[in-house]
Design a protein around this ligand. Structure first.
Ligand code: NAD
Length: 352
């Protein structure tokens, strides 16, 4: 019997709708080849919906999603809707309710994609940022007092739990064991004197439980510089929510373009659906012009196939991505090419 999965699709805003359309075509092609059945529920949850109905998603939105095996998301955000509304009205509730505590962001320099860095050659840069995705610096604890007065104050608390740090560290160590066996932990224990020494202690404790993996720890400022100067030296980089957010965008830029960067929001326990989305946003500056690079969304779809237990189908998609990037005729403008979204889609489908 063919394997079948129910996928909730949230194209979102701007180029999110354009790149997800390509990812779906690629998924259909690769599913046909690998005897998989994917059934989709397409959801119009977006800033457009917020403007017409007052909410990014319906009140029972999370319940709707919970009936699916995975979620494929494009991007949300649009001028006229504050970014914290689109983030806290959709993405953050999904990540938190479904305990997607791992944010996984693979980085590779591909043949044909020029990194802005002289030292980064194809094949040599291949690492993964594992970002803690549900606690840390992005917390709801805090508040504002004395609004509008000269003594106005804002307080924002960070929340680091032993359970939260342990499980993200374990995920990083287990992932490194399947790769080159090296974990780099991002810290700032010299300046942030409570949470970061705690992070370091718990990561070191978990390292002891994974003797086959090497651990080093770097302050976030030095680590940012090393991403630029020596991107080849990294295998798995584990970081708190804020540090991981910043590092993964930096890493995507190091790899040549944010247009190719994928991400997975994972509940490794598989109790809830995980969510797969390109790193980029809705790009209002190019939306509707047909030039968006669909590779980030298509690579995210490949991560989804892998998570659903279909590594061979995922590998076919990644191989097709490698071929289109290696060919100047199928590179989009963000990579210095002239191909339109549609031409990349056609090339990917032909390869699969
Ligand atoms: N996860 C998400 O849904 C997500 C992530 C980031 C930003 N956003 C939202 O997207 C909106 C725009 O944000 P932004 O401009 O800071 O970031 P962005 O990623 O949308 O765009 C940044 C730049 O990169 C270019 N770019 C991005 N993706 C591309 C692609 N696939 N192909 C070619 N070029 C591409 C854009 O044209 C733009 O110049 C905001 O509302 C923001 O909140 C959403």
């Amino acid at each position: 019997m063919p394997a079948s999965h129910r996928i909730a699709v949230i194209p979102g805003d701007g180029i999110g709708t354009e790149v997800v359309a390509v990812a779906r075509q690629v998924l259909d092609a690769v599913s046909a080849r690998h005897d998989l059945t994917l059934t989709y529920t397409e959801l119009d949850w977006s800033c457009q919906r917020f403007l017409s109905e007052g909410a990014m998603m319906p009140a029972d939105g999370l319940e709707t999603l919970s009936g699916h095996d995975a979620i494929l998301l494009g991007a949300v955000g649009w001028p006229g809707v504050a970014d914290h509304v689109s983030l806290w009205g959709l993405l953050i509730p999904i990540r938190r309710t479904f305990r997607q505590y791992v944010n996984l962001r693979p980085i590779r320099v591909f043949d044909g994609v020029e990194s802005p860095l002289r030292a980064a050659r194809a094949g040599e840069v291949d690492f993964v940022v594992v970002r803690e995705n549900v606690e840390g610096e992005y917390s709801e604890v805090g508040g504002r007092v004395n609004r509008g007065f000269p003594d106005e104050q804002a307080v924002q608390e960070s929340i680091f739990t032993r359970a939260g740090v342990s499980r993200i560290a374990d995920y990083a160590f287990e992932l490194a064991a399947t790769r080159r066996g090296q974990v780099t932990s991002a810290t700032k224990s010299n300046g942030i004197v409570h949470t970061m020494p705690f992070w370091d202690e718990v990561v070191a404790e978990r390292a002891a439980a994974h003797p086959g993996v090497r651990l080093d720890s770097e302050h976030i400022d030095a680590l940012a510089a090393k991403f630029v100067l020596q991107p080849q030296r990294f295998d798995v980089v584990v970081a708190s929510n804020l540090f991981g957010d910043i590092l993964s965008d930096l890493a995507a830029a190091v790899a040549g373009s944010i247009g190719i960067a994928p991400s997975a929001n994972l509940d490794p326990t598989r109790t809830y659906p995980s969510m797969f989305e390109p790193v980029h946003g809705s790009a209002p500056d190019i939306a509707g012009t047909g030039v968006a690079n669909p590779v980030g969304a298509v690579w995210s779809a490949a991560l989804m196939l892998e998570h659903l237990g279909h590594p061979r189908a995922a590998a076919d998609v990644v191989a097709a991505i490698e071929s289109t990037l290696a060919d100047p005729a199928t590179r989009t403008a963000d990579l210095g090419g002239t191909a339109k979204t549609e031409q990349v889609a056609e090339a990917l489908l032909a390869l699969i």
